[in-house]
Design a binder for this molecule. Structure first.
Ligand SMILES: *Cc1c(COP(=O)(O)O)cnc(C)c1O
Length: 466
């Protein structure tokens, strides 16, 4: 493509994208990909000669854009995926055009990353600093790697040079609630702790980690000769949005010399709702926290941040500077000294454009408004005899259930897909199959929310009286 063709196709592409975004709410939140489209997309032949870009735009318009994941739609209530902030969509074009590696160096992207990470810390009131990563899962692995390293060194050996093996390694223990996200467990696997090294504690009926049970578990393990080293607490549990008792857990971690990691991937920004802020007290004492701007802030995927009170904890765990990657004199240390990745994308521009273009006041208003939508849904469910709220919403998530039993509840998401008015997914809470609605979209209206209960009742009626 030459630059004149780029201009031409670029203008056409912006029109196409604007029409797509504009018309999205009029269609269903999601539609299945027909088998012939799946094949047409997946089975394409590798082109021997390049094809005209106009043709590729046509393929995108006809085969790609009609089958989205669903998260751009105001009645998509599944998982933790938001619509993209328009500022972020455009910024990503510019970021791709510059295409730097944000491993480090002296170029604009590096300073924008430092700025945006500081903004994130300031936004949530966390007195630390950090780096951008691809998501909550990468953030968890990054933070827990640092926690493991600090604890090994305190035990008198170095996991980086000696390996995480041997008798003491087998006694390391990490703690989290049963409601912790699966990525924490994956991190435990990758870090050589295994499930054996991860002690999952039961959550209370509201999905919160019981700090007293945690304290008892840590003391019991210590008495048995084990080595507690880290606690992962939820600032917004994935299934329920529950916020663990952070202040109590932070106190325990202080007393016991444990690393406290907060998983704020889903709910870290909930602290911006003044009514919820007290729940986050103690957050400022956490050794590390992960927040996910690609969730509640709507920054286009991928964009998360891992923040630590002491950035040297990350550097101690990750820094490895071969001669071909040495910083030039006068340069700050490279980001690649703080994380696993080497070549890193320019995430900061879309984050900067989204946060700067929205502003703190409007960000906080959106957080508060989506929390209100969850409360509204809980009220609608309370008024319906066939449905029960399972965990009352703290943040932007509602879990609820039809009285018809586990089989029906498990089948409801697919039945709702067939009706096509709202998109929900389920989970298991307190041993029961539930539906889960999560509100991330700033364009979701109270009327959109009020369509959930009738849709669920209609889908349940189809399942019970086919
Ligand atoms: C989404 C989520 C994660 C994982 O984050 P990704 O950005 O998907 O990698 C971790 N923890 C919680 C609570 C989440 O909601």
């Amino acid at each position: 493509m030459n630059i004149d063709e780029f201009r031409l196709h670029g203008h056409a592409m912006v029109e196409l994208v604007a029409d797509y975004l504009d018309q999205l709410p009029q269609g269903p939140p999601w539609r299945p990909v027909p088998p012939e489209v799946r094949a047409e997309l997946a089975d394409q032949q590798l082109p021997v000669e390049g094809r005209p870009f106009g043709e590729l735009i046509d393929v995108s318009a006809n085969l790609v854009m009609p089958y989205p994941f669903g998260n751009g739609h105001p009645r998509f209530f599944a998982w933790g995926n938001s619509p993209p902030a328009l500022e972020g969509v455009l910024a990503d074009l510019l970021a791709a055009a510059m295409n730097p590696s944000c491993a480090g160096g002296d170029h604009a992207a590096v300073y924008l990353e430092r700025c945006t990470v500081r903004w994130l810390a300031e936004l949530i009131g966390y007195p630390g600093d950090g780096v951008l990563v691809s998501g909550g899962a990468a953030g968890a692995l990054t933070a827990l790697t640092a926690a493991r390293h600090r604890a090994s060194v305190r035990q008198g050996w170095n996991d980086r040079t000696d390996g995480f093996t041997g008798e003491a390694a087998g006694r390391f223990r990490l703690y989290a609630s049963a409601e912790t996200h699966s990525c924490q467990r994956k991190a435990a696997h990758l870090l050589g702790l295994g499930d054996r090294g991860l002690r999952l504690l039961p959550a209370d009926p509201d999905g919160r980690l019981d700090a007293t049970a945690l304290a008892a578990a840590v003391r019991e393990d210590r008495a048995a000769g084990l080595l507690p080293f880290c606690v992962v607490a939820n600032a917004g549990a994935v299934s329920t949005g529950a916020v663990d008792p952070i202040a109590d857990i932070a106190q325990l971690c202080d007393d016991e010399g444990l690393w406290l990691h907060l998983d704020g991937s889903l709910g870290g920004f909930g602290v911006l709702d003044p009514r919820r802020a007290p729940l986050y007290q103690g957050m400022e004492r956490a050794d590390s926290i992960v927040v996910d701007p690609h969730k509640w802030l709507g920054v286009p995927v991928d964009c998360a941040a891992v923040l630590t009170l002491d950035l040297d904890d990350l550097r101690d765990a990750f820094s490895l500077v071969p001669p071909y990657l040495r910083a030039s004199s006068g340069e700050d240390p490279w980001f690649s000294e703080y994380v696993f990745d080497q070549t890193r994308p320019f995430r900061a521009l879309k984050l900067w454009a989204t946060v700067a273009g929205t502003g703190r006041t409007e960000i906080a208003r959106r957080i508060t408004a989506t929390i209100d939508l969850a409360a509204r849904l809980a009220d609608r469910i309370d008024a319906e005899p066939d449905l029960d709220v399972v965990v009352s919403p703290t943040l932007n998530v509602v879990t609820f259930r039809h009285r018809a039993g586990d089989d029906i509840n498990r089948a409801l998401p697919s039945a709702l897909d067939r009706l096509g008015d709202v998109f929900l997914r389920g989970t298991v809470v307190n041993g029961q199959e539930v539906l889960r609605a999560c509100f991330m979209h700033p364009g979701t209206t109270p009327d959109d929310v009020d369509r959930i209960v009738p849709a669920v009742l209609a889908a349940a009626a189809q399942l019970t009286h086919p």
